[in-house]
Design a protein around this ligand. Structure first.
Ligand code: OSB
Ligand code: MG
Length: 374
């Protein structure tokens, strides 16, 4: 394919309510959007890096630099015929997977449109709806959390995930579990504990949690394997899983029983599919995580979740839970049964509201191939 230009934008979008994890509070998102123009078609990608390098080493600003100075020029110099070629094209650049995913995913979007198929179909998806859960941030008080859980269950969400940290864990689980004994409930520590907290983590077993996500270090397999030996509750790895080889290591070491797949964290659709397949071949279920995405990233997550081994409810929920106005049309909505319909129209299946994107843009750079002028 010919790539005419890559337009990189930074958009500022306030969240409708703050989102607190063990590593901090997010109130306003600074999101990078990659728009790739190719032979009359336009593909969109979203960089899921956070405002600060707290979840992973990447940030909005590091990704801006890497895309404009390294990845964008590489893609223009070697335009891929297929999204799956991107990892090789970007091969000299180490890490920076969220930056890479923003470009690679836009290429897959273009390819789906060119083939006249849905992105889900192009990825090899097999389902037409996905099961949705919600991720609930740390709240100021337990009664406030209880009110939110009640509202999300009434909206139909199939699984409640509670962000936790020392001081916001067993007491919270106790209250939620005693009021809702049968719901699918899980927790996510974002690396807030140490192995010396193992006795405390074993006490989580009393709450029949579907999983405990990333309790220990963000880059660890070994200590998680030691912890998993002591826990009834399955460990799910998020931060630790960067690629397919990590999946093999984690499963071999019995560091986890479930894997969270995030497109940005693994570097884009091709590695996400490889991660999915490696887990599936070994009987390990996966689900799709979220990174407070705009509708563009959300639409990619929806397409990815159509793959067969996405058997657990993901963290993909309605646009309105995050944004007063999302930048796609229609917005992502969730049915009363807690499901999202996967679009079957060509590409991602959601239009980008380009006028709104323009208004939200605070920084823009267009990357074009060097033209040889005679
Ligand atoms: O660990 O899953 C996580 C948000 C930001 C950073 C890390 C995580 C999260 C979430 C939110 O849990 C999921 C969502 O987008 O709804
Ligand atoms: Mg997580």
């Amino acid at each position: 394919m010919r790539i005419d230009e890559i337009v990189l934008r930074e958009v500022h979008m306030p969240l409708v309510r703050p989102f607190e994890t063990s590593f901090g509070v997010t109130r306003n998102r600074r999101v990078l959007l990659a728009e790739i123009k190719s032979e009359g078609l336009t593909g969109w990608g979203e960089c899921t890096a956070g405002e600060h390098p707290y979840f992973s080493a990447e940030s909005t600003d590091s990704a801006w630099t890497v895309i404009t100075q390294e990845l964008g020029p590489m893609l223009l110099a070697q335009p891929p015929e297929h999204g799956g070629k991107c990892p090789k094209i970007f091969g000299l650049v180490r890490g920076n997977r969220m930056a890479k995913a923003a470009l690679e995913n836009a290429i897959w979007d273009i390819e789906a449109q060119r083939e006249g198929v849905s992105l889900a179909h192009l990825l090899g998806g097999v389902r037409d709806t996905i099961a949705c859960g919600v991720s609930l941030g740390i709240q100021a008080s337990i009664p406030e959390l209880m009110a939110i859980v009640e509202k999300e269950l009434a909206a139909g969400y199939q699984r409640i995930k509670l962000k936790c940290k020392p001081g916001w864990d067993v007491e919270v689980f106790e209250k939620v579990r005693s009021r809702w004994p049968a719901i699918m409930l899980s927790c996510d520590a974002n690396s807030a504990y140490k192995l010396r907290d193992a006795d405390h983590l074993v006490s989580f077993d009393a709450f029949d949690l579907l999983m405990i996500e990333q309790p220990l270090w963000y880059d660890d397999f070994y200590y998680h394997s030691m912890l998993q030996k002591r826990l009834q509750t399955p460990i799910c790895l998020d931060e630790s899983i960067r690629n397919r080889r990590d999946v093999l290591a984690a499963i071999e070491m019995q560091s986890c029983k479930i894997i969270n797949v995030k497109l940005g964290r693994v570097g884009g659709f091709s590695e996400a599919i490889a991660v999915h397949n490696a887990a599936q071949e070994r009987g390990i279920p996966v689900w799709c995580g979220g990174m407070l995405e705009t509708g563009i990233g959300r639409s990619h997550n929806i397409a990815l979740s159509s793959l067969e081994n996405f058997t657990l409810p993901g963290d993909i929920s309605a646009s309105a839970r995050y944004w007063a106005q999302d930048i796609i049309e229609p917005e992502v909505t969730v049915s009363a049964a807690g499901e999202i319909r996967i679009p079957d129209t060509p590409g991602r299946g959601y239009e980008v509201r380009t006028d709104l994107v323009e208004r939200l843009t605070v920084r823009r750079e267009t990357i074009r191939a060097l033209e040889l002028v005679g």
